[in-house]
Design a binder for this molecule. Structure first.
Ligand SMILES: *Cc1c(COP(=O)(O)O)cnc(C)c1O
Length: 497
């Protein structure tokens, strides 16, 4: 008989959560525990550790949705156990994805006939969408080169140096050279003329961004299309355009419907958009749509015989959740054009309130544009005494997460703060943030003699070193692992997504 464990277990049942041994002993970090623990204890231990994460609603670093309606939360929970890939078993879910693809393709003016369905797919986010679009361009270009008896081993892609890190990932993972148009002070997006100059016979596409991650500014896709058409006429290369509309794809159609950036321009062959940004769904959904089915080489589509039916798929992974697709359909259906328009109008209005408040301090220069993704990017006029990094640090105390970063080549000397305005960032929060920025400015002014430049900015690292001595080996090791992954995830740019 094993009396002792039985007694201990039932003993544990009697204890108040915070009196149980599970909250008194350190939790395992690297090896799975030998024994089970009660579900209440596991919940409490994990929940408590997670309290130390930032508050997503105050995370102004990210475009990704942090609030949805309770009705949609319910739909998400109801479908959390559905594997999206089981299309045969969940045909309705598959049908909802197809409706989303069609709605988005029409929003972007894809030339789809009344009885035709649009060509596109739901992905985990814009990154997967961009990998797929990039692969389609690469394969099309290779096929064309092969048919012409020309070498096809040195594909390249032309973008601005302001591209999101996923383009660098695409380039490295799929062995395509990334040719970046450099920026300059005061001009932080891809210059279409320079981009077209860089195009050569090995260019698989020019990628333009609708809503630069760094400043929210829209690139001039119309001018790019025009210049590239001229070049294509002279060279016969037929270089196409992809638009990375991760953040702007659900902004421009509602606020500036006459702005031509999408399939209205003949060279735009594919577009990606993040459903989890201004598509207003929680993290885990993106979309890529192609102009026509001719733009998507057939050999990239896998036809799997799944339980007796033919399932064409074009994704990088196999299984994934269905909830995000269902949530996207909920938003499109529930809000309609009218609802999206109202929400992005509110965001733009709140961005204006914030921008004016920041301008009133007299200390900052606004880098973001009024036509663009609703965000405010601003730099210090004078950073001889303190920098935007110090301001970002100080705002953290109020709970605000406002990232600071330097611009890419050749504007590295410009450091900015960026506040993304999402649906759930209300007018009163905007006003509060302004008053906290004012307070922080007063504090840093008062701390006279404190000098730090971008290059010498080391305060968090120094602080961390001071604490290192008190940390256990396991804590240090865990931190190292977290740091390593964070570096990998962020690539060369820190804290913005
Ligand atoms: C966010 C973003 C991405 C990456 O999108 P995910 O949906 O996070 O994978 C790519 N490009 C741009 C311009 C972005 O803003």
């Amino acid at each position: 008989m094993v009396f002792t464990t039985t007694v201990t277990d039932s003993d544990e049942q009697l204890h108040n959560t915070f009196a149980s041994r599970y909250v008194r002993t350190p939790v395992p970090r690297f090896k799975m525990p030998e024994k089970s623990m009660p579900k209440e204890a596991a919940y409490q231990v994990i929940n408590d550790e997670l309290m130390l994460d930032g508050n997503p609603r105050l995370n102004l670093a990210s475009f990704v949705t942090t609030w949805m309606e309770p009705e949609c939360d319910k739909l998400i929970m109801d479908s959390i156990n559905k594997n999206y890939v089981d299309m045969d078993e969940y045909p309705v879910t598959t049908e909802l994805q197809n409706r989303c693809v069609n709605m988005i393709a029409h929003l972007f003016h894809a030339p789809v006939g009344e009885s035709e369905t649009a060509v596109g797919v739901g992905t985990v986010g814009s990154s997967e969408a961009i990998m797929l679009a990039g692969l389609a361009f690469k394969r099309k270009w290779q096929n064309k080169r092969k048919a012409a008896g020309k070498p096809y081993d040195k594909p390249n892609i032309v973008t601005g140096a302001n591209v999101q890190v996923c383009w660098e990932k695409f380039a490295r993972y799929f062995e395509v050279e990334l040719k970046e148009v450099k920026l300059k002070e005061g001009y932080y997006v891809m210059d279409p003329a320079k981009a077209v100059e860089m195009v050569d016979e090995n260019t698989i596409c020019v990628a333009a961004i609708l809503g630069s991650t760094l400043t929210g500014e829209f690139e001039d896709v119309k001018l790019l299309n025009q210049l590239l058409e001229q070049k294509n006429k002279e060279t016969g290369w037929g270089t196409p355009i992809h638009v990375d509309a991760a953040s702007g794809g659900f902004i421009a159609p509602f606020l500036w419907p006459d702005l031509e950036w999408d399939f209205r321009l003949p060279l735009v062959k594919s577009i990606n958009v993040s459903g989890h940004k201004y598509g207003l769904v929680y993290a885990g959904v993106g979309w890529v749509v192609w102009r026509t089915k001719e733009e998507l080489p057939e050999e990239l589509i896998f036809h799997i015989n799944y339980l007796g039916t033919d399932q064409p798929t074009f994704t990088l992974n196999f299984s994934k959740g269905s909830s995000q697709i269902i949530a996207q359909y909920y938003q499109l259906l529930r809000l309609g054009f009218e609802g999206y328009k109202r929400i992005v109008e509110n965001c733009t209005e709140n961005a204006r309130v914030l921008k004016e408040g920041i301008e009133r301090t007299g200390r900052f220069e606004i880098i973001s544009k009024d036509v663009g993704v609703p965000l405010v990017a601003f730099s210090l006029k004078d950073s001889s005494k303190y920098t935007v990094f110090d301001i970002s640090e100080s705002l953290r105390r109020f709970g605000w997460i406002v990232p600071a970063y330097t611009m890419p080549a050749n504007a590295e000397h410009v450091a900015v703060l960026r506040v993304v305005i999402r649906e759930d960032f209300s007018r009163s929060l905007a006003e509060r943030l302004v008053s906290h920025i004012e307070q922080v400015l007063q504090e840093v002014d008062a701390r006279h003699g404190h000098v730090s430049t971008d290059a010498s900015y080391i305060s968090p690292a120094v602080e961390e070193n001071n604490h290192q001595g008190k940390k256990t080996g396991a804590e240090k090791r865990e931190e190292e692992i977290t740091k390593y992954w964070r570096r990998l995830a962020n690539g060369k740019r820190t804290g913005v997504c």
